[in-house]
Write a protein that binds this ligand. Structure first.
Ligand code: 73E
Length: 831
């Protein structure tokens, strides 16, 4: 049943939202008009891509109007705003979401139907805007949705990558990367703003200029200049009371630069210089949690921070001349350490260009910046070589040295004579190759530092930054992640959304706690039936997609057991793999082995240079080949690895999952957000006590999840005692036989040993992520899953209890937490 307008009207929250007046006829007219006047085609000739384009442009007529109203409102009132700086915004597709947020989805669906078109098919034409790697980038996308929905003045700043995250395909089971081409034929959602271009210096040297009054100041003579061209993507809040912007910077060569002097070589060399400038925003670095210390990456970071800081100051100066007011008007949130260079950049502008006194400038910076930490993995903490810094950003290095010098005095005052404390806390890491530690610079400067789930934020205090915590006892805080229910329930699972409209009222969309209304009814047979029928429908849809993408036939009666996330050893796809091999072995050893048919589904990209991650993909593909073509398993076991996992594919997977795999080594997944999307859509979690799984267990009740494995404390203890994976290998015959299987050529005929390095890393390699230690407990959890699924009433009850308890994990709640504890922001929706 479609969400009836009358239901929506019942709720006060939705009631306040003025509905945009638009009939199906008007929408038809607008779309056909765009086909004619915008694209020079007509309804007969147009292909689906053209229909998509025309529909987007028709929607933009409403969006741009609301955008102007919002900008005038914010600018007119000179509101305090948050500036969310992120190297990644994993937006996915925008049409379906914009339509839902404008409450024009139904009308557009009808309009297109009258024109002989299916809106869902049209939405599928849109290329994903994949300007991010994974959770961190998708979080930024959910956050800007929530900021707009809640009516907060906010702007997202990022890079307008020409190529987002690579497209993945498989060749003989191995990952192949191809460039992503999301903008090949233009992007209807973005507006170029040449009037707001910025100029960015790089390289060169620093001169000390002596002033007449006896003082001095620094002048940075750049060796190169880039031009930053802003592209604005409107971000429509639910109900369209606010349309904020995401401003993405594209790099170009700067004509203002003195090309005659710089390029004595002439026209051709000048063109080559131009291409060099344009490489800066060419491509997203594909490394999740493993930053690469490449010069181009540092240039990217500085380029977008410099453009953004200048843009922020330009807006500030429109209404203000008093620098003490900057921290009243501006909060800058650093999404991980990637935009840290914004800190010395703001210092540089205030001290060198605005000629403010150092202490005054520093006091401003300390009130403007806040920093979010997303990971404890040591390899993910960014450190830049001092030599590289000196070459690319000589003035910034000087500024960092001065910040550090003054900070070392603070450390000396707290711990007199303690050089080890100084070494630990210094922004500069000493050694043969001296490094700038970006996280330290962030913690020293920021007025708040937050982790992304309760357990993670505690570990930030106790393990990552204990001395900083002692020094600044109120600085480190927690804001648990969340996901937007607009995309991750309303748009991606329309049937379950309609059920919730009926059961709890349509305003769950802006108040996810309302889902609790179904908890008392979890045993209700009629509700269970409707819930499970929807799940079945979604599984049938997914089965078609699986067939399309891989050729593998799967039954919607099987348990759909899904692990989708970046491929990383700490996320332990290899543990899932070991258990699949064990099931396969049980089925081969005993053809009557009694198990509920199970489909294991994977989606994951590996960083192109991450060998072990690529090996795990290869192994899973090879295992899938064998298992899926082995008649002896009688269809009880299937394995599929879907190629090119991305946001738009995720939207088809979460609604169809029975089991959500959240199996990281405890203490290593800072939060996770896929865990939340699965549970909202009624999947049961098999997971460790890690990241946000812990808070999910608090909300849902651990007894309604399949919790297994070592806790954070137990992991620490085992590592302290000295962990030996061979103890587990020799004591568990099934585990041993599974690992030994990898040494044969069973899965890679003619190539024995092709999978041996996975086994090696789990044994001789020391099994850093404790897969063997957690294996038995994981395998047991899966037996419980099998047993429970046989009782569909119990399963349905649990699924409802999971979904209904997910109110907390809504990104609106995260944003309200940021707004009150960190940003001190006030709402300014269009009245
Ligand atoms: O646990 C996730 C978390 O849910 C964490 O691994 C991820 O951020 C998510 C959102 O908070 C994350 N990504 C990165 N670090 N943590 C990262 C690091 C370097 C480059 C790209 C991404």
């Amino acid at each position: 049943k479609a969400p009836a307008k009358s239901t929506a009207k019942k709720s006060s929250a939705v009631n306040k939202v003025p509905e945009i007046e638009c009939t199906s006829k008007q929408m038809q007219q607008a779309i056909v008009d765009r086909l004619h006047k915008g694209l020079g085609t007509d309804a007969e000739k147009a292909n689906n891509k053209a229909w998509w384009n025309a529909t987007c442009h028709a929607v933009n007529e409403v969006v741009f109007d609301k955008l102007t109203q919002t900008q005038q409102n914010h600018s007119g009132q000179d509101t305090r705003s948050v500036n969310y700086l992120s190297l990644e915004f994993l937006m996915g597709r925008l049409l379906s979401n914009n339509l839902h947020n404008l409450q024009l989805f139904k009308v557009t669906e009808e309009a297109l139907k009258a024109l002989g078109k299916d809106l869902y098919e049209i939405c599928d034409e849109e290329p994903d805007m994949a300007l991010g790697n994974g959770g961190l980038g998708r979080l930024a996308a959910c956050f800007i949705d929530s900021l707009a929905t809640l009516g907060y003045p906010a702007i997202g700043y990022g890079i307008h990558y020409e190529h987002g995250l690579f497209a993945q395909s498989f060749q003989d089971g191995r990952q192949i990367e191809r460039p992503d081409t999301w903008r090949e034929y233009g992007n209807p959602w973005e507006i170029c703003r040449p009037e707001s271009i910025q100029h960015v210096p790089l390289y060169g040297y620093v001169e000390t200029v002596f002033d007449e009054d006896g003082g001095s100041h620094k002048v940075w003579h750049a060796g190169q200049k880039l031009k930053g061209v802003p592209w604005d993507v409107p971000i429509v809040g639910y109900g369209a009371k606010t349309v904020n912007i995401l401003r993405l910077w594209e790099s170009r060569a700067d004509e203002a630069f003195d090309w005659d002097v710089f390029n004595a070589g002439g026209y051709v060399d000048a063109q080559a210089e131009k291409s060099k400038a344009e490489t800066v925003s060419k491509v997203l670095y594909p490394n999740d949690e493993t930053p690469e210390g490449k010069e181009l990456r540092l240039v990217q970071q500085y380029f977008f921070c410099a453009c953004s800081v200048k843009d922020i100051l330009r807006r500030f100066k429109r209404h203000n001349t008093d620098w003490t007011k900057l921290s009243d008007k501006v909060a800058i949130q650093l999404n991980d350490t990637h935009p840290t260079i914004a800190i010395p950049e703001l210092m540089r502008i205030l001290v060198d260009e605005e000629r403010l006194d150092w202490d005054f400038a520093w006091s401003i910076c300390q009130k403007v910046f806040a920093y979010t930490n997303h990971t404890l993995l040591p390899e993910a903490l960014e450190k830049w070589s001092v030599a590289l810094f000196e070459k690319v950003l000589p003035r910034h290095l000087e500024i960092i040295y001065e910040i550090n010098r003054q900070f070392m005095e603070v450390v000396e005052a707290k711990w007199p004579g303690d050089d080890s404390k100084k070494a630990k806390l210094s922004i500069i890491e000493e050694g043969d190759d001296r490094k700038v530690c970006m996280a330290n610079l962030c913690v020293v400067t920021a007025y708040k530092v937050n982790g992304v789930a309760a357990v993670h934020s505690e570990l930030v205090k106790t393990d990552l930054f204990p001395e900083y915590h002692e020094l600044f006892p109120t600085k480190l805080v927690n804001v648990t992640n969340g996901v937007t229910p607009r995309r991750w329930l309303k748009a991606c699972n329309p049937k379950l959304a309609a059920l919730y409209d009926d059961e709890v009222g349509a305003d769950w969309v802006v108040n996810l706690d309302k889902l609790r209304g179904v908890l008392p009814k979890a045993k209700d047979v009629a509700l269970q039936k409707r819930f499970m029928d929807i799940k079945k429908d979604n599984k049938i849809e997914l089965a078609k997609i699986i067939k399309d993408l891989t050729g593998v036939e799967v039954s919607a009666d099987a348990i759909f057991d899904i692990q989708i996330k970046r491929l990383h050893e700490y996320k332990r796809q290899q543990l899932n793999m070991m258990h699949i091999l064990a099931l396969y072995k049980r089925l081969l050893d005993n053809p009557d082995y009694d198990m509920v048919p199970r489909v294991f589904i994977f989606g994951a990209k590996a960083a192109p240079g991450y060998h072990m991650a690529k090996q795990i993909i290869y192994a899973l593909n090879k295992i899938a080949d064998k298992v899926n073509n082995d008649e002896r398993v009688k269809g009880k076991l299937k394995v599929v690895f879907l190629p090119n996992y991305r946001v738009s594919l995720a939207e088809k997977l979460f609604p169809a999952a029975d089991i959500s795999e959240q199996i990281s080594t405890a203490g290593l997944e800072a939060s996770g957000t896929g865990n939340m999307k699965f549970a909202i859509n009624g999947a049961l979690t098999v997971g460790t006590m890690d990241g946000a799984n812990i808070e999910m267990a608090e909300e849902i009740g651990a007894e309604h999840m399949f919790i297994f494995g070592l806790s954070v404390a137990e992991v620490k203890e085992l590592k302290q005692q000295g962990y030996n994976p061979f103890d587990y290998y020799y004591n568990n015959p099934e585990l041993k036989s599974v690992l030994d299987w990898l040494d044969t050529d069973y899965f890679t005929p003619g190539h024995p040993g092709a999978l041996s390095d996975i086994k090696r890393s789990l044994l001789e390699g020391g099994d850093e992520y404790l897969c063997l230690a957690d294996y038995a407990s994981y395998s047991e959890a899966h037996l419980k899953i099998d047993a429970m699924y046989r009782d569909q009433a119990v399963w349905a009850e649990k699924a409802i209890l999971n979904s209904g308890a997910m109110g907390k994990f809504n990104s609106d709640r995260s944003i309200e937490d940021y707004a009150s504890t960190i940003w001190n922001l006030t709402k300014h929706p269009i009245s």
